[in-house]
Design a protein around this ligand. Structure first.
Ligand SMILES: [Zn+2]
Length: 342
């Protein structure tokens, strides 16, 4: 019988301090050339080992080979000039200096396929691989060519579809598209965001998941959260349409957030990756706290469709804290699994 409540992470995990400066986003690499390539692979091995030791069921690369979940993918595309930078407001929230789209975008070579193949060689467990979603990519760039967020998103969707198919062929079991922008631009999500995501998974032979969160535990995000009031109902805007989509799973932030858990009812029938670990605090959850979140989710998600997860990536945390949180996730899931089988 298939194991109930398989655990996983939203994607990123802290990097070792010999590879990049810890507890920092967009942290520059400390190695170069061949040393950097080897260093990334070694970090990936270590990250996988830590997930295995913690007893995580669906493992990933910990995003050890990328500097950032959106920009590293875009760096491999043509049509984007990284020297030509503009300051834009991303996620309608904070200013960031971003590269410029200067011509038609395309993917001359695969981006993460070699890394995925390397991860596949290291483990027999199910593996999940994260890619940025089309809308979030558009929202992390200045567009001086298409002059249309929608048009650019469709081009990215086609590119992501090529990459996703190659990742699946390399042995990836679940491909995750990170779409934090889905929590901000509701009209665009309904008009073209979900349609673009469906284009990205067209003909895909493995499972797909969309991850929609309230972001990493950085100041711009925690400040934004303070403005959202006592109940965070953003998911209410997009979940009904996602329930109708051909995306297999939906990854949501739940633990310690003000998201009303009953909103999970809106995706009943879909598999739900339920965030049971808060990534915006160094406090390590107790297994019982994780169990409380999972039990609450079980009122709206069938047990065979519940996937305990972290709220978001853990890249900005210390390795010690991240390890503690992985252990808590596994132990909390175990408690609820025992209750379900009793
Ligand atoms: Zn996230």
């Amino acid at each position: 019988m298939k194991k109930l409540l398989p655990t996983s992470t939203a994607g990123s995990l802290p990097k070792p301090s010999w590879l990049a400066e810890p507890e920092k986003l967009w942290s520059p690499w400390k190695l170069q050339g061949k040393e950097l390539i080897d260093g990334k692979h070694d970090a990936l091995r270590v990250s996988l080992q830590e997930q295995k030791q913690a007893g995580i069921d669906i493992v990933g690369d910990g995003e050890q080979t990328r500097q950032h979940f959106v920009t590293t993918f875009i760096e491999h595309l043509s049509g984007v000039d990284f020297e030509k930078r503009e300051t834009v407001k991303i996620r309608d929230r904070y200013d960031a200096s971003v590269p410029t789209v200067v011509g038609p975008v395309s993917r001359p070579n695969s981006v993460f396929v070699e890394d995925a193949r390397f991860l596949r060689q290291q483990t027999d467990q199910s593996i999940k691989w994260a890619l940025p979603g089309p809308m979030t990519m558009v929202d992390t760039l200045y567009d001086d060519h298409y002059k249309s967020r929608e048009k650019l998103a469709w081009e990215f969707a086609k590119i992501l579809n090529q990459e996703a198919k190659e990742l699946a062929a390399a042995g990836v079991d679940i491909i995750q598209f990170d779409e934090p922008a889905f929590n901000v631009f509701f009209d665009e999500v309904k008009e073209w965001g979900i349609a673009c995501l469906e284009r990205a998974v067209e003909g895909l032979k493995c499972e797909s998941v969309v991850h929609i969160c309230y972001g990493y535990g950085i100041k711009a995000n925690t400040d934004w959260k303070k403005t959202l009031g006592s109940e965070w109902r953003q998911y209410e805007e997009v979940l009904p349409k996602l329930q109708q989509s051909n995306i297999d799973m939906i990854s949501l932030e739940c633990h310690n957030s003000r998201v009303p858990v009953e909103l999970l009812e809106l995706i009943r029938g879909k598999k739900a990756m339920v965030g049971a670990i808060d990534v915006a605090t160094d406090t390590i959850e107790t297994p019982e706290e994780v169990a409380v979140t999972l039990r609450a989710a079980l009122k709206y998600v069938d047990a065979d469709k519940l996937y305990p997860c972290t709220n978001c990536g853990m890249a900005p945390l210390s390795r010690e804290v991240a390890r503690g949180k992985l252990n808590a996730l596994r132990a909390g899931a175990e408690i609820v699994r025992r209750e379900l089988s009793a």
